[in-house]
Design a protein around this ligand. Sequence first.
Ligand SMILES: *[C@@H]1O[C@H](CO)[C@@H](O)[C@H](O)[C@H]1NC(C)=O
Length: 197
Amino acid sequence: MASIALFFSLLTSFLFTSTMAIASSNQNPTSFIRSSCSRTLYPGLCCASLWPFAGQVGTDSVLLSRFAMNVTVSRLKPLSAKISSLRRRASLAPLSSGGVVTSAMKDCGGLISDAADLVKKSEKELTGLEGMVGPEVTWRIANAQTWLSAAITDEGTCTDEFGNGDGEEFERVRKKVKRAEQLTSNALALVNCLVNS
Ligand SMILES: *[C@@H]1O[C@H](CO)[C@@H](O)[C@H](O)[C@H]1NC(C)=O
């Protein structure tokens, strides 16, 4: 009984070690990023956002996904502050500009700040993953997948709430939230690649 369990845990760690080894074959960093990004929904955005880190990433697929998450956090952070200030301004504006916008913005600021926390937490969860084996690897990747999916849901709810015709500045912010959602989706796809190589 115990030896069967041991066998499976060895098998699992062997499988993980081999998928990670395949993922970081001897490509150069730029083509490694391009081929990893080709498995995301927004490959152009993925490459453009990650090429600046090619030197640091090398051909490490865990590190690549962690940089993708940090890039996402760096986009989300200023957005939640921006949304709060837009909301304050909207709440001072005459009623004709719409109380609906104000309440949507209130929710949106909170959703974006939650999303930033979830993505940040996911990056931390995968830190040091290369040195771990077996069930802990599986568990940590699954946590990151869950949290990144939840972040995408938050971002999607936020863009839905913006609606149309809320003015030029609102439209600019809505586009930025949309972009952050695409970056989160890419980060999730890169995490998924750690298990389905
Ligand atoms: C991501 O950001 C965190 C917090 O700033 C930092 O500790 C971590 O090293 C960064 N990760 C990468 C891969 O740069």
